[in-house]
Write a protein that binds this ligand. Structure first.
Ligand SMILES: [Zn+2]
Length: 267
């Protein structure tokens, strides 16, 4: 079984790769967005059912506004670099979900973002929301969900495309998608990789800078997150699914000068 998977993986690696915008890294993608995104949107609608979503609060408005600003920044970058076609089928949404003890935010493929109320006090204000939003939008633009979904399908021998995978084992295929975005039970198999996290951090800094938010807010946010970890009774999910923190802050500080090239102080 293992040999077969390695064989499949090497064949697939030869033929089915795409490039990550901004970093140029080659990534595995055995499924086109045209197949993946409809499934992703269905899952998003299921997770963000009415009753779990907060519509009218200052925070909910902030998540929407910042989301739109970062989205426009990302689209602007893609347009200026002649790669807008990679956003075909995206349908952005930015929702705030109930969950005061859930210190987390995530993004499903195609631009479906959710923040939980539990992460908002650590974001503290619009600038903090922009740090997390930049990171989440970067996951979407870099197709990290699709890459991880591809890896998850291959690892489970499901390589015939999304429809075939759903037909063969619907619950497993859905589970792989959710794990690809860091949602739901973390079985370890698909916990966030350091590579994706640092890539999303770097790209996120650039998007927040284009959107008019100072990239220096990012290390400040992660320091607050580390503080919360010390004082909180539970480890925030955003830390347990995302590698942490002092090294991350160092890496962010290294990436800030590049991001500052895109930042125009609006004052
Ligand atoms: Zn992440």
């Amino acid at each position: 079984m293992k040999k077969r998977i390695i064989f499949l993986l090497s064949i697939i690696l030869l033929v089915q790769c795409t490039k990550v915008p901004l970093t140029g890294r080659k990534q595995l993608s055995i499924i086109p967005n045209s197949e993946l995104l409809p499934m992703s949107f269905t899952q998003y609608n299921e997770i963000t059912k009415e009753g779990d979503v907060i519509h009218n609060s200052e925070w909910a408005g902030m998540v929407k506004n910042v989301g739109n600003r970062i989205k426009i920044a990302a689209e602007t970058y893609m347009k200026q670099n002649g790669i807008s076609d990679q956003l075909t089928g995206y349908n952005w949404e930015f929702k705030l979900l109930k969950g005061d003890s859930v210190v987390n935010a995530w993004c499903l493929p195609g631009g479906k973002v959710a923040f939980y109320t539990g992460i908002m006090p650590i974001c503290k204000d619009e600038k903090g929301v922009a740090v997390v939003m930049g990171h989440e939008v970067a996951h979407a633009i870099a197709n990290h969900g699709r890459e991880r979904m591809s890896q998850g399908l291959v690892a489970n021998g499901l390589v015939g495309g999304v429809a075939a995978a759903l037909g063969e084992n619907r619950s497993l295929t859905e589970e792989i998608l959710l794990q690809s975005a860091g949602i739901g039970s973390q079985l370890g198999m698909l916990s966030y990789s350091r590579l994706h996290e640092s890539e999303a951090d770097k790209i996120g800094l650039i998007f927040m800078a284009i959107a008019g938010y100072n990239p220096n807010e990012a290390p400040a946010f992660w320091k607050r997150m580390a503080e919360n970890k010390k004082t909180g009774t539970e480890i925030p999910e955003f830390l347990s699914t995302h590698p942490s923190t002092s090294e991350r802050i160092k890496d962010l500080e290294k990436a800030i000068p590049e991001a500052m090239k895109y930042y125009k102080d609006e004052k």
